[in-house]
Design a protein around this ligand. Structure first.
Ligand code: SF4
Ligand code: SF4
Length: 413
């Protein structure tokens, strides 16, 4: 696509990057067919090709309006379009550049600005969010239905293994997961322990930075990355073999650290090493499949009533990390029969803070996803990301669990 960027951005690194991305797009529109917001709204400007066109216009000097901003706001950053694109267009990086420019030219006001400010400041602070979540959990039964659906019941991390192992992996506690689903890292710790790997969490690490990145607070997101690298570095230097991510959304964002900090002389090299050392929990467990198999053989047979499971692959897992089929294979090996899930490439509508900022579209996507996940009559729904789990659980009475919790429970049977 031929572009003529305006002076305000032409000679900046963002401008050069945008030009390179725009140059790859041949305007074929294949991506539009797999875009969830285009499928819901049927407007070209609510699909990737239309949004690319809008961003191109803005970078070429056309003044954006609130309508331009709305079309970009409605994007889930799910990356389904990137999976489909035959030309390798890195759409979400262009989107981030476009959103930053549009937001600077059409500033947010009123409730929208307040809500985004509150999300930026509350969610990444695990202490603050944890206190608010505990409060919500203590009065959960009297909360209005919509709010109650966002607050999972109080739960614990379960038993903590006491053995230490020569092999160590650093896990990210994250910001919302410890208070919403503490058993996810608890289960990870126990499964890894059975495989002879010790899970450690670094004091001082916190939110991966995805929350601020999705809310256009790029410098705040870089600060989150630097803080985490500082917390992880001594453990990496003292022999930890790498990092394990138990939320695919966080893992997908941590893999962006090298890109985010490429111009930071103090952190560029460290960030590149962190990226190389980072793996999703499904990659870690799949690599240990030979040692997992005899442990599974010793488990009791799964009762028939619990055998059918539906797996929701988060966008961050299948489109961000491009991990497809690994979790499904592990769950099948653990004795589960996985249902066929229609339109499994589509987002469930959680998408970071999207469920709060675009509730109507988010709920329509969730309803569609719940319909697809329950069509095969599963006893349980499994996923791989805290946001999807909380979002889906709000709309079904079936238990929604992280797949590592399912595997942990199998190994304890
Ligand atoms: S599929 Fe790729 S090349 Fe085709 S319009 Fe979409 S982004 Fe552009
Ligand atoms: S990231 Fe998702 S919602 Fe946004 S344009 Fe691409 S497919 Fe559509």
């Amino acid at each position: 696509m031929e572009t003529h960027l305006a002076d305000f951005i032409r000679h900046t690194s963002a401008g050069r990057e945008a030009e390179e991305i725009l140059g790859r797009c041949v305007h074929c529109g294949f991506c539009t067919a797999t875009c969830p917001t285009y499928q819901l709204l049927g407007d070209e400007l609510d699909g990737p090709r239309g949004r690319i066109y809008l961003i191109k216009q803005v970078l070429e000097g056309v003044e954006p309006t609130e309508k331009t901003r709305l079309h970009l706001d409605r994007c889930l950053s799910c990356r389904s379009c990137e999976s489909t694109c035959p030309s390798g267009v890195h759409y979400t990086r262009l989107l981030d550049i476009g959103r930053e420019v549009v937001e600077s030219k059409v500033p947010r006001t009123g409730g929208d600005a307040l809500m985004r400010g509150a999300l930026k400041n509350l969610l990444p602070r695990s202490m603050l969010f944890g206190t608010a979540m505990k409060l919500g959990q203590s009065v959960r039964m009297v909360l209005p239905g919509a709010l109650r659906a966002m607050v999972p019941p109080l739960s614990s991390a379960g038993a903590v293994p006491q053995r230490s192992h020569a092999r160590r992996l650093i896990a990210l506690a994250g910001c919302v997961q410890p208070s919403m689903y503490p058993n996810v890292n608890g289960a990870t710790r126990r499964v890894l322990d059975r495989l002879g790997i010790q899970m450690v969490e670094a004091a001082g690490a916190g939110c991966c930075g995805a929350v601020r990145a999705h809310l256009n607070a790029a410098e705040g997101a870089r600060d989150d990355a630097r803080r985490n690298i500082d917390a992880w570095w001594p453990l990496l230097e003292s022999g930890a073999e790498g990092l394990v991510m138990t939320a695919s959304g966080c893992g997908s964002h941590v893999l962006e650290y090298a890109y985010l900090l490429q111009d930071d002389p103090d952190y560029a090299v460290k960030a590149a090493r962190v990226v190389l050392a980072t793996r999703d929990i499904s990659e870690v467990i799949a690599a240990e499949a030979a040692r997992l198999a005899p442990l599974l053989q010793d488990c009791a047979l799964l009762p028939e009533s619990q055998r059918v499971l539906a797996f929701h692959s988060p966008c961050s897992l299948q489109h961000g990390l491009k991990i497809r089929g690994a979790v499904e294979s592990l769950l099948t090996a653990a004795g589960y029969t996985l249902t066929a899930v229609a339109d499994s490439h589509l987002c469930c509508g959680s998408a970071g803070t999207y469920s709060v900022l675009q509730p109507e579209l988010s709920q329509r996507l969730r309803d569609n996803k719940i319909g697809a996940l329950t069509a095969g009559g599963p006893a349980v729904i499994a996923s791989a990301n805290v946001g999807c789990m909380g979002h889906l659980q709000g709309a079904t009475a079936l238990p929604v669990k992280h797949w590592i919790e399912v595997l942990d429970a199998r190994l304890s049977a």
